[in-house]
Design a binder for this molecule. Structure first.
Ligand SMILES: Nc1ncnc2c1ncn2[C@@H]1O[C@H](COP(=O)(O)OP(=O)(O)O)[C@@H](O)[C@H]1O
Ligand SMILES: [Mg+2]
Length: 576
């Protein structure tokens, strides 16, 4: 927490808030002394002009106090909101740069909770500190001194009251604080389930999993509510108990006070002022106690935020970046590469070894889960291999700055990703300088020009996730976006799966003829043999290992895996 505060505190706002607060507290503390003179001099001696004069004085002091309070609230809010804003930005910047390994580690739901709910906890603490928690000690000390001046003898009543209060606070905190801490953690699981439910809503419905999912949410929600009720009940219990103690104390003060008045040791005005101070003292003490609720809860949040901010990106830029020579032709090499997603687990890729040069197409075929997308992840350096090297244009990808690397490849993901906007804005993602003509050109290559024209041209709206387009259309738009980007390596991860055979063949034919693609290495991942038959190099992947390597003819001749895939698909095709 200290590090967050040190980094994101706006000292000017804090100092301003404290100064205004001092004004407010001073006014609050001064007011009862005016009451004393009104009662003891004005009322007792029936001096109306004096009462008026003092009354106006009270009004002025009250107004100044009000100004102090307003100023304090303004600066405290500025500070707390400003700090929240800065922390959220810091988290966002950090997370945007996270490698996939980092993202896997936290989980999206938890990252969202940390950037929202946890930041709010810190904001709450900040505003409470700048208002209540600085006010209470000032008020506590000031009021005790002034109460003592009013009547040293009456002050003894506080000793008992404050001791009692301290015990109550300690007891309540002991039970409430762990509850508040766990509340913060449970927010995560609620968000997780809610998010999964939302994103997976179609799947959930399709598989008739609604009751199961609802049950899961229900459970987490109930647990959260239960903890919340316990935590807040305990915290709220503090107030009635404190009021009770306050009232008892007041009875003590009045009894002792009237005794002292009867013996001419105290005046009525002093007693009235004393009671006001006693309320202030106990009230400040209560506020101070709240500190023990807010601080631990915010502490948990601060830790969770710190954890994100302190995380080192697992994929880092090299200290000394290598530059790719300008005329170096494109190439892609996997040099005995192993990949493991989580340490301790068995490798997902084993000894992957191949090489391709400019103008060549590498195809990867294999069943689901065989590791095809994992190979793609390594080219784009979403993950780093545990052994071996991936080389782009002859240079290991981990020796290139990520910005250079990202410029050098263009990818169509297995799951087409489109963004809210229009067709043009989505296409320009790959190449922001692209002209409309170039965009149409790329759309034609991807066989997407027709339906884009029908949808209303480059200005046609694209909804969130591109949901206003069909799966096949989304794939073709992603392919067009990929082609539009000048690159050394073009990657198509299962990008043809939602296309019918004829469109699939046409798109590939266009790709082979495209001059941009001819200068680059193309990687095509597919499950259909027909999609990859003409590739220069076909890798047959099985359980993360290359079990076949060669062109179609060679593999047909001497690879039983490839032959069996071919036969199963051709037979299926023939049966249709
Ligand atoms: N981010 C990840 N974390 C852990 N395991 C993963 C991750 N991504 C994929 N895997 C696992 O790696 C294996 C290969 O996955 P993948 O490369 O996506 O296969 P394919 O693309 O051939 O269907 C699978 O067993 C999958 O469960
Ligand atoms: Mg895949």
């Amino acid at each position: 927490m200290q590090s967050l505060i040190k980094k994101y505190l706006n000292w000017k706002a804090v100092i301003a808030a404290v100064l205004f607060l001092v004004v407010q507290v001073a006014c609050d503390l001064y007011l009862p002394t005016v009451t004393v003179s009104i009662v003891d001099k004005g009322i007792v001696h029936d001096d109306l002009p004096f009462i008026w004069q003092q009354g106006i004085k009270m009004l002025v002091v009250t107004l100044v106090g009000l100004l102090g309070a307003a100023g304090n609230i303004y600066f405290a809010s500025t500070q707390s909101q400003g700090m929240g804003k800065k922390i959220r930005l810091a988290i966002y910047r950090k997370v945007i740069d996270f490698s996939n390994q980092n993202l896997d580690h936290f989980g999206e739901a938890s990252l969202i909770t940390r950037a929202t709910n946890d930041v709010v906890q810190i904001q709450n603490l900040m505003i409470n500190v700048l208002r209540m928690m600085i006010m209470s000690p000032l008020m506590l000390i000031g009021a005790i001194i002034l109460a003592f001046i009013q009547s040293p003898k009456l002050t003894s009543t506080f000793v008992v009251a404050l001791a009692l209060l301290a015990i109550v606070i300690v007891l309540i905190m002991k039970y409430a604080v762990p509850k508040f801490k766990s509340l913060q953690r449970q927010t995560d699981s609620i968000n997780l389930i809610f998010r999964e439910g939302l994103t997976g809503v179609r799947v959930i419905r399709a598989f008739n999993r609604d009751p199961y999912e609802q049950n899961r949410f229900d459970k987490a929600n109930r647990r959260y509510a239960k903890t919340g009720i316990q935590a807040y009940t305990l915290a709220a219990l503090m107030f009635p108990i404190m009021t009770f103690i306050l009232n008892i104390t007041n009875i003590g003060i009045v009894s002792l006070g009237s005794f002292l008045i009867a013996h001419y040791e105290l005046q009525v005005g002093n007693l009235v002022a004393f009671m006001t101070y006693s309320t202030m003292i106990l009230f400040s003490f209560m506020m101070l106690a709240m500190l023990f609720v807010f601080v631990p809860r915010a502490e948990v949040s601060a830790q969770r935020i710190d954890h994100v901010l302190d995380t080192k990106n697992t994929v880092r830029d090299p200290k000394q970046a290598t530059v790719i020579p300008k005329d170096r032709p494109a190439s892609l090499t996997f040099d005995h590469v192993d990949l493991r997603y989580k340490s301790g687990q068995k490798p997902v890729l084993n000894n992957i070894d191949f090489s391709a040069e400019a103008g060549q197409t590498v195809a990867i075929i294999g069943d689901t889960g065989s590791g095809k997308s994992s190979i793609v992840n390594l080219i784009s350096r979403l993950y780093d291999p545990v052994n071996g090297n991936v080389l782009l244009d002859g240079i290991p990808v981990n020796q290139l700055p990520q910005s250079t690397l990202h410029q050098r490849f263009a990818i169509t993901m297995q799951k087409a990703v489109l963004f809210t906007g229009n067709i043009r804005s989505n296409m320009k993602f790959g190449n922001e300088h692209a002209t409309d003509d170039q965009i149409w050109d790329a759309l034609k290559v991807a066989q997407a020009a027709d339906f884009v024209k029908r949808a209303g041209g480059l200005d046609a709206k694209v909804a969130q996730n591109g949901d206003n387009f069909s799966g096949g259309q989304k794939q073709r738009l992603s392919i067009a976006r990929t082609v539009l980007k000048p690159a050394d390596v073009y990657i198509f991860d299962d990008s043809f799966s939602a296309l019918d055979f004829a469109t699939d063949a046409k798109v590939r034919e266009n790709l082979y003829r495209d001059p941009r693609i001819q200068r680059a290495v193309t990687v095509i991942v597919a499950q259909r043999v027909s999609t990859i038959m003409d590739a220069d190099l076909i890798l047959v992947l099985h359980h993360g290992q290359i079990v076949g390597k060669g062109n179609h003819k060679e593999l047909m001749k001497n690879n039983k895996f490839y032959r069996s895939i071919y036969n199963s698909q051709i037979k299926k095709g023939a049966a249709k």
